[in-house]
Design a protein around this ligand. Structure first.
Ligand code: EPU
Length: 432
């Protein structure tokens, strides 16, 4: 399969070209399909997911599911997961590499009464706790045995429905607890639940599998447990973060890009912000058209959905660096996501950090530089900076970008950008 991580590769970007054209948005593999794959553990039989392009994190989830005894077939953008009775010990080397690995915890405890998974990895963007996952499972009657590098959870008999109020609307904890509750005895109510479109999609798929869930899309979800679920065929929704990244790139380069297949409602606030910054955003047949305009400063605050997504924050900061005036960008989800600010400064942007606020003064003239991709979104943002920088930009360590974006460079090239993927040995020397 394609999408295998290639740590040594780099993107070489030559800036100055507006992005123009039409592009179909990919399915949301990293933040959605991987959870839908975990949900397959709740059933016996074959669950088929379409529209899930093979990003690098998919390979890791395949390893985890195969380690649990499932049979996984990946063919193009389709994934088929066949499950009998899953094993309870997930392979730890794989589990520690991605955040979504924790999504198998709830299904395993619900289905086989026991789970052993590595403390999940993922991007280095903050502490990324798992306390809400574990506390929620305890409220459903499970016992947490291991909380260190490995998490081990057991249940004696069937989980019992309970009222759970999350401290924070965590996406992963909400997803895990919903999945666990689908097979519990009685009613579970999750309050302060995450409302992200990916959480809603998981709920809709679970309902198609026979789960009884009400309140989908709200902060209070009620799940009435059932005895068993059945496998389904499901289509992964379009990736709102890929769509948002390309929309920002269109506005940034003064381009004209039609994003087809995108769900505009999932991007409501990012589009409001893009318009406020000066981009022209129009409805198009089956999607959205985004054109550049006179860019002006704007304040943005990241918050759980429907707030502005943290996963678009670094990309948006690149855009704000090109906007006239002073913008304030506030990050509320991850304490380390401003690590990208240092890189943006290396391009020549005028940004300073005050606590969890970044103050950006623009427009600044960006010049090509060499930076490593720090994480999936910071890596994409560095490429975006390269699209408007003078000269050549080299973004190394692009395996981080591969984790979440399918064929990122090729897709930008299809819109007219000058981006090449090169092995480490062929990276040109540039003054940085
Ligand atoms: N948190 C805790 N304890 C918990 C759970 C979460 O303290 O038990 C904290 C985290 O440390 C973090 C915050 O709560 O500071 C948000 O975490 P959340 O659980 O909502 O996020 P997640 O499920 O770990 C998913 C995406 C992230 C995305 C967030 C927020 C996946 C695989 N990852 O992570 O995606 O930022 O939701 O929308 O779905 C990305 O794509 O770049 C990315 C990081």
């Amino acid at each position: 399969m394609t999408g295998t991580p290639q740590p040594a590769d780099a993107f070489v970007v030559r800036g100055g070209r507006p992005l123009v054209g039409t592009i179909r948005i990919s399915g949301a593999t990293k933040n959605c399909a991987l959870k839908l794959m975990a949900a397959a553990l709740l059933t016996e039989g074959t669950t088929v997911l379409g529209n899930a392009p093979p990003v690098a994190d998919l390979r890791v989830m395949v390893d985890i599911l195969e380690g649990l005894g499932a049979r996984v077939r990946v063919s193009g953008d389709e994934i088929a997961v066949t499950v009998g009775v899953p094993d309870w010990q997930a392979p730890c080397d794989a589990g520690a590499r991605i955040r979504a690995s924790i999504s198998v915890l709830g299904p395993l405890v619900a289905r086989v009464g026991r789970a052993y998974v590595a403390r999940p990895g993922g991007d280095s963007i903050g502490s990324r706790g798992v306390d809400m996952h574990l506390r929620g499972l305890e409220e459903l009657g499970a016992t947490v045995i291991g909380r260190g590098d490995h998490l081990e959870v057991r249940a004696s008999g069937r989980l019992r429905g309970a009222g759970i109020t999350l401290d924070f609307p965590s996406v992963g904890a909400t997803e895990n607890l919903i999945m666990a509750a689908t097979l519990a005895e009685g009613r579970t109510v999750v309050d302060n639940a995450a409302r992200e479109p990916e959480v809603q999609e998981l709920c809709r798929m679970l309902v198609a599998m026979g789960a009884r869930i009400s309140g989908i899309g709200s902060a209070t979800l009620a799940i009435d447990g059932v005895e068993a679920l059945r496998p389904v065929r499901w289509t992964t929704p379009p990736d709102r973060i890929e769509a948002g990244t390309l929309a920002i790139a269109a506005a940034l380069t003064g381009g004209d890009v039609t994003l087809s297949g995108v769900r505009g409602a999932d991007l409501h606030l990012p589009l409001v912000k893009l318009r406020a910054i000066g981009a022209v955003v129009e409805e198009a047949v089956d999607g959205l058209r985004v054109k550049g305009g006179e860019l002006r400063a704007c304040d943005v605050v990241t918050l759980p959905y429907p707030g502005f997504p943290t996963d678009l924050q670094p990309q948006l900061m690149v855009l704000l660096s090109q906007a006239g005036g002073t913008s304030v960008c506030t990050e509320n989800i991850y304490e380390s996501r401003f690590a990208f600010v240092d890189q943006l400064r290396r391009f020549g942007a005028d940004v300073r950090i005050e606590g969890h606020h970044a103050v950006i003064r623009g427009p600044a003239r960006l010049a090509g530089t060499r930076v490593p991709a720090l994480d999936v979104r910071a890596g994409a943002a560095a490429v975006l900076a390269g699209l408007v920088a003078t000269g050549t930009t080299v973004v190394t360590d692009v395996h981080h970008v591969d984790r979440g974006y399918a064929r990122f460079a090729e897709r930008l090239v299809a819109l007219g950008a000058d981006v090449r993927r090169v092995p480490a040995a062929q990276v040109p020397r540039i003054d940085a």
